[in-house]
Design a protein around this ligand. Structure first.
Ligand code: XUL
Ligand code: CO
Length: 437
């Protein structure tokens, strides 16, 4: 079989923090134990098939820049087979345990729906063999309901019921493929579920239809015994101006309103949170406090560009803040850290794919080590606990228990006068946080 990454002759090794070898891990030591679990089990790294193997480097201003030997096979199915070989060679040499795909990443769209399904079935068999051979697993599958022109006005929120039906048929096969490959989750990213203008849109009807679509998916998963976790991935805009799954809070409220909360968790992506005007850790925290943080798309945006740049994560402080939330909730369960990130258009060497992932993995590995230290030393948790201690006794405990009234609280104020102003100590705590990095 052809070798696609001949420059990398052996799997990337952990060499420790003093290593100057850019093709080594300085922090990610897969089998090192942190609080009773290996690093690999904490982090559950995954590679995104679409960016790393289907991405061409094209943008709205210019054509592709990446020359990849797994392309140009002549026919689309042979190209898909070669791409699969290249992908599994890369996963093995990088040393990740998981990958994620859209149905149309793995197999090409055919001339008819039936042909698309046959293509997918063919590639699922090949992928299953690769998984068996390498031990690499599927973190999640999803369906591409945004690329083909038929989805120009959305999939489940399309004004045309025919398109709704098409999307449902496609998702049916994508869930079945995910199940066949032992996928641990299935993701719904809204793609083009949103609107451009209210002048031609019945927003209520579109949202009702989106909920109907999710209920149908839940029913179908049950009928075939798919037990993976369903995840919704919030994003506020792009491609549409108003995406319905705006952010974690919006999605939670949607799920609650439509009686879907029991069936879904969230897949939080860093660059989507920042597009929504939040920090990454804000959206992680909103999901986590609702018991709904299921998985993470690990990437980052650029403060100077207002769009979804999907860069590889390299901000240590951000990784520590994310890992604090993940550790506090006891891990991601069946989820993981999926690098939904792509090389810059000018990063044209094949080996850049390794550098990008190594950087992301080391950032989160170091983030994990530091977050565990912060938790063990308890500085921030003690501070926060004390900051709210007034709610644990006296009038505060009555508020907490819901055992008071406006009249009683007024009597308390009349007796106790003006509250003292207590410092939030933000700068001191930021300095302490920085001292851990
Ligand atoms: C798009 C995005 C998607 C989802 C999967 O911004 O993040 O790649 O992660 O459909
Ligand atoms: Co994503």
């Amino acid at each position: 079989m052809a070798e696609f990454f001949p420059e990398i002759s052996q799997p990337i090794q952990f060499e420790g923090k003093d290593s100057r070898n850019p093709l080594s891990f300085r922090y990610y030591d897969a089998n090192a134990m942190i609080n009773g679990k290996t690093m690999a089990d904490h982090l559950r790294f995954s590679v995104a098939y679409w960016h790393s193997f289907k991405g061409t480097g094209a943008d709205t201003f210019g054509d592709g820049t990446f020359s990849r030997s797994w392309r140009n096979a002549g026919n689309p199915l042979t190209e898909s087979e070669q791409t699969l070989d290249a992908a599994f060679e890369f996963f093995s040499k990088l040393g990740v345990g998981y990958y994620c795909f859209h149905d149309r990443d793995l197999a090409p769209e055919g001339a008819s729906f039936a042909e698309s399904c046959r293509n997918l079935e063919h590639m699922v068999k090949k992928a299953a063999a690769k998984q068996r051979e390498t031990g690499i697993k599927l973190l999640w599958g999803t369906a591409n309901l945004f690329g083909h022109p038929r989805y120009a006005h959305g999939a489940a929120t399309n004004p045309d019921a025919h398109v709704f039906a098409y999307a449902a048929a496609q998702v049916r096969h994508a869930i079945a493929a995910t199940r066949e490959l032992g996928g641990e989750n299935y993701v719904f990213w809204g793609g083009r579920e949103g609107y451009e203008s209210l002048i031609n849109t019945d927003m209520k009807r579109e949202q009702d239809n989106l909920a109907r679509f999710f209920h149908l998916a839940v029913d179908y998963a049950k009928s075939i015994g798919f037990t993976g976790q369903f995840l919704i991935e919030p994003k506020p805009m792009e491609p549409t101006k108003h995406q319905y799954d705006f952010d974690a809070a919006t999605v939670l409220s949607f799920l609650r309103s439509y009686d879907l909360l029991d069936h879904f968790k969230l897949n939080i992506e860093a660059n989507h949170a920042t597009l929504a005007g939040h920090s990454f850790d804000h959206d992680l925290a909103i999901a986590s406090q609702a018991g709904k943080l299921g998985s993470v798309d690990a990437n980052r945006g650029d403060l100077l560009l207002g769009w979804d740049t999907d860069q590889f994560p390299n901000d240590l402080g951000e990784a520590v803040r994310a890992m604090l939330i993940i550790l506090h909730q006891g891990g991601l369960g069946s989820g993981g850290l999926n690098f939904d990130a792509r090389l810059r258009r000018g990063s044209t060497d094949l080996v850049d794919l390794f550098h990008a992932h190594i950087g992301g993995m080391d950032t989160f590995a170091r983030g994990l080590i530091i977050a565990q230290k912060i938790i063990d030393e308890g500085v921030f948790s003690d501070f926060v606990k004390n900051r709210y201690a007034s709610y644990d006794s006296g009038i505060g405990s009555k508020i907490t228990a819901g055992d008071t009234s406006f009249e009683e609280l007024e009597r308390f104020v009349l007796q106790n006068g003006e509250p003292a102003l207590i410092s939030g100590k933000q700068e001191m705590l930021e300095n302490i946080f920085r001292s851990y990095l």
